[in-house]
Design a protein. Structure first.
Length: 182
């Protein structure tokens, strides 16, 4: 399925394109963003890191039908990329996101997460969504908890900042849809 544009009250979630790499390269390589991401993210981030990721990982995964990537933008400034959210059809890692620090704390990621999660369940008809995260990543935990997800497992994992306790959160399609109707 082709990745559609999604909209929310304030946001435009546009499918990722190769041209987005230049804006990603400007925003992404900051410790506040990468520290709690998986250790496979190169750090220090190379000058061609975003182009390499977009063109050799993200877009091929979209083309292969195992991923859906959106850039996060405000409707009132659709040319300015704020972050990224993605869905992956892989075991125990279905949703990931990042948002530039200057846009955090304003509810944008929660809004984007609701739209992507609804797409996962009600367009792709997936039965379960699981999202891993570093246990110390309180902002990400709050997004999961506020959307009805529950903690199902903890373990140690390698992150850019080192080995940390890692959590796996989940919600079923039935639970999600019941919460959206209430």
């Amino acid at each position: 399925m082709k990745t559609p544009t999604l909209t929310t009250e304030r946001l435009l979630l546009k499918p990722l394109e190769a041209e987005d790499a230049s804006q990603i390269q400007l925003l992404y390589p900051r410790w506040e963003i990468v520290r709690y991401l998986v250790a496979s993210v190169p750090w220090p981030y190379p000058p061609d890191g975003a182009a390499n990721y977009v063109n050799n990982v993200a877009l091929p995964d979209v083309e292969n039908g195992v991923a859906w990537f959106w850039t996060i933008r405000r409707k009132d400034d659709p040319d300015q990329l704020m972050g990224l959210i993605c869905l992956y059809d892989v075991e125990d890692n279905n949703r990931g996101f990042w948002l530039a620090p200057e846009w955090q704390g304003q509810g944008y990621m929660r809004e984007a997460s609701i739209a992507a999660t609804d797409f996962w369940f009600n367009t792709l008809n997936k039965p379960l969504l699981r999202a891993p995260k570093a246990a110390v990543n309180e902002r990400s935990q709050r997004i999961s908890a506020s959307s009805g997800m529950r903690l199902v497992r903890t373990e140690k994992k390698a992150y850019v900042c080192g080995e940390l306790d890692s959590e796996l959160w989940e919600i079923t399609r039935e639970e999600w849809n019941a919460l959206q109707r209430s």
